[in-house]
Design a protein around this ligand. Structure first.
Ligand code: FAD
Length: 389
């Protein structure tokens, strides 16, 4: 007989800033028992998407990184964190200590594959990505089995299990859903296409001709890191860069950008690019880059050929590598069975709640897609859930 699925009141998917903030408030509002709520995250350790980012990225390079609610209780603050260390290490360390202090017991690496209706409740299907011990693999016949064919065995399927829940908080961020726009000739390019999410180290591109695409802080960061490393370096952007005279940007303080995101989320439209509303802060390092002619973006090229990018005015530059710093989309594939998506391309979300399904909340979506917005999501969503339980 199949094991009965576990039953809980709330499932939180994702243990980044948004998921941790919701969990913190749920605990504060006294959801404490193990059958009250569970948190699932597919990553191997704490840190949300930060743990996946490139090593040279530092905290506060352009945007402010806000502390999680309750972090002060641990004597921790991103404000005073060591900025000589990679952001991925600092955030993973702080989030890890936060989880431990507030006993959040995140289950990982647990990949949520699908959320569907189960009567009045929701069924969450989870793939357990815990590396299988060698002995178990042997017992399943992966090693030393006599085969009739010479086909490689491949890894055994990961174990799956189900959880039934009253409420779902989806806090899966965007890192797993990179966006690359289409340009003619992309498939013919013989060099390497790379998205922000694949970038690990500038040294990889020593002596290569690199084209960086994008008008945000990631593109600018790549340009600064590749200067003097790449043999040729070209920056292109689809929009003229909207420089603003500030050292650092508090994404919540950029009220025009937040309002644009909120408006799109409330009307079920696809979310606009965050950078299009915030502008790009001109820190001292960036201002110097503009001054010496490095950070001057060309308009977007019109097509890609095997070893170059080409503009309609006849100009072209050699390219071995194209880095697409062109942003991300919300990662929501696993919610498809719930049919939340509107014809306009987005999900209608107000105050973190999905308007077409009162059981579903989206934390860190749209106007909440910053560390401060994610904090706000926590209190807002936890309050609504507590009122309905
Ligand atoms: P994430 O940190 O992405 O966490 C989502 C979690 O969900 C991940 O741990 C992931 O493993 C998990 N997950 C995803 N799908 C599944 C699934 N199906 N099953 C199980 N788990 C799943 N914001 C700022 O305020 N300041 C900054 O300086 C700043 N810098 C940034 C730099 C870069 C390069 C980028 C891309 C973004 C930056 N942001 C910054 C935005 C910022 O990262 C986010 O707003 C915030 O950290 C996102 O938190 P989150 O919890 O929504 O998502």
């Amino acid at each position: 007989m199949e094991a009965r699925p576990e039953r809980v009141k709330v499932v939180v998917i994702g243990a980044g800033q948004a998921g941790l903030s919701v969990a913190y408030y749920l605990r504060r509002f006294e959801l404490v028992a193990d059958d009250d709520f569970v948190m699932l995250d597919r990553a191997p350790g704490p840190g949300g998407a930060w743990q996946q980012r490139w090593s040279s990225l530092r905290l506060g390079t352009a945007h402010r990184v806000n502390d999680l609610p309750g972090m002060a209780e641990l004597g921790l603050s991103f404000e005073t964190a060591d900025r000589s260390l990679p952001a991925k290490e600092v955030v993973a360390d702080y989030y890890g200590r936060f989880e431990e202090h507030f006993e959040l017991r995140v289950r990982r690496p647990m990949d949520v594959r699908r959320v569907s209706n189960q009567g009045v409740d929701l069924l969450v299907e989870v793939e357990d990505r815990t590396p299988q011990p060698l002995e178990e693999e042997k017992a399943r016949g992966l090693f030393g089995r006599r085969r009739k064919t010479f086909e490689p065995a491949g890894p055994p399927p990961a174990p799956r299990y189900e959880i039934v829940t009253q409420f779902l908080v989806n806090a899966t961020g965007t890192w797993g859903s990179p966006f690359v726009p289409y340009y003619p000739g992309m498939a013919e390019f013989r060099g390497r296409h790379l998205h922000t999410s694949d970038f690990t180290d500038a040294e990889e591109f020593r002596g290569r001709h690199v084209v960086v695409v994008g008008g945000g802080t990631s593109a600018i960061g790549f340009m600064l890191e590749l200067e003097g490393v790449a043999a040729g370096l070209t920056w292109v952007s689809r929009r003229p860069i909207d420089w603003i005279d500030r050292q650092e940007l508090d994404l919540e303080g950029a009220s025009a950008a937040v309002a644009l995101q909120d408006e799109a989320a409330r009307s079920g439209r696809a979310l606009p690019s965050v950078v299009s509303g915030t502008g790009v802060p001109k820190s001292r390092r960036i201002a110097a880059g503009i001054e010496r002619g490095l950070l001057v973006a060309r308009p977007m090229f019109d097509r890609i050929e095997a070893d170059r990018v080409v503009w309609n005015d006849g100009s072209e530059v050699q390219a071995d590598v194209i880095i697409w710093a062109t942003g991300f989309r919300p990662e929501l594939r696993h919610l498809a069975p719930l049919k939340l998506r509107e014809k306009a391309g987005g999900i209608t979300v107000g105050q973190g709640a999905a308007w077409s399904d009162p059981r579903v909340f989206l934390a860190g979506y749209g106007p909440q897609a910053s560390t401060i917005g994610a904090n706000r999501a926590g209190r807002m969503i936890a309050r609504q859930i507590m009122a309905m339980l």
